[in-house]
Write a protein that binds this ligand. Structure first.
Ligand code: PEP
Length: 249
């Protein structure tokens, strides 16, 4: 039986003090909640937020990491540094990383394998651009990102991977995929997982939806058979907008 995983991606928002305040509010709001939870502040607030979420039911997430363990990579943050701060989950391949910072599938795959090798959980983001959807290529794009992102990942390590389907045209735009359209891609990705691994892996993997998820549409999305939670941007920036999603039945 899959458990919903509700995760907040705070992106490049919040000072350290603001992040600590929000983390405290989130911890309070989801205390005893029925699902799995994570918040991912900016690198600059990870250390402080780590102290807030320690020994709670909220996991600490990072929004990215380097392809390399350490070395001459000015401006990058390594898996070792994340672990040192208590990070448990890392978001990889977010569309903003892929499209603004030109991360390739190969880079995303290297990061996925490095994070898993160091014991972290991974949220692997996939999703098509608007022009790709309009050209009827949504499944093809999501399949390629899934296969390439997971290349070389063992079935055992896959247990620490969550996939987040985030249609790029729905991120931060207020446009949401219909529950039916989202569920169709989730079902397709599950089929790909069955093909790469097996039915057991496909039945177990958590596939989140992301893209303007909010209290008003979360229930309908989460009611779909293949949607197992959410990766939430805008609505994760306030406890009062995150909590209703986090506590959805
Ligand atoms: C995201 O960035 O992962 C996201 C889904 O953002 P938003 O909820 O703001 O669309």
């Amino acid at each position: 039986m899959r458990k919903y995983f509700i995760a907040g991606n705070w992106k490049m928002h919040k000072t350290k003090a603001e992040a600590v305040a929000l983390a405290k509010d989130v911890v309070e709001a989801v205390k005893g909640g029925p699902h799995k939870y994570m918040i991912a502040p900016s690198f600059t607030a990870l250390d402080a937020v780590s102290q807030v979420v320690k020994n709670t039911n909220v996991l600490l997430g990072a929004q990215n990491m380097s392809t390399d363990e350490q070395g001459a990579h000015t401006g990058e943050v390594s898996v070792l540094q994340l672990k040192d701060l208590g990070v448990q989950v890392v978001i990889l391949g977010h569309s903003e990383r892929r499209h603004i910072y030109k991360e390739t599938d190969e880079m995303v795959n290297k990061k996925v394998k490095l994070a898993l090798a160091h014991g972290l959980e991974v949220i692997l983001c996939i999703g098509e651009l608007l022009e790709e959807r309009e050209a009827g290529k949504a499944e093809q794009v999501c399949e390629a990102q899934t296969r390439k992102g997971l290349d070389g990942v063992s079935k055992e390590d896959l247990k620490r991977v969550t996939i987040a389907y985030e249609p790029v045209w729905a991120i931060g735009t207020g446009k949401t995929a219909t529950p039916e359209d989202a569920d169709a891609i989730h079902a397709y990705v599950r089929k790909i997982i069955a093909d790469i691994y097996d039915k057991d892996a496909a039945d177990s993997i958590i596939i989140q939806y992301g893209g303007s998820m909010k209290a008003e549409n979360a229930q309908a999305l989460l009611a779909k058979e293949n949607i197992d939670g959410g990766l939430i941007g805008g609505a994760a920036l306030k406890a009062e907008t995150f909590a209703p999603i986090a506590l959805c039945k």
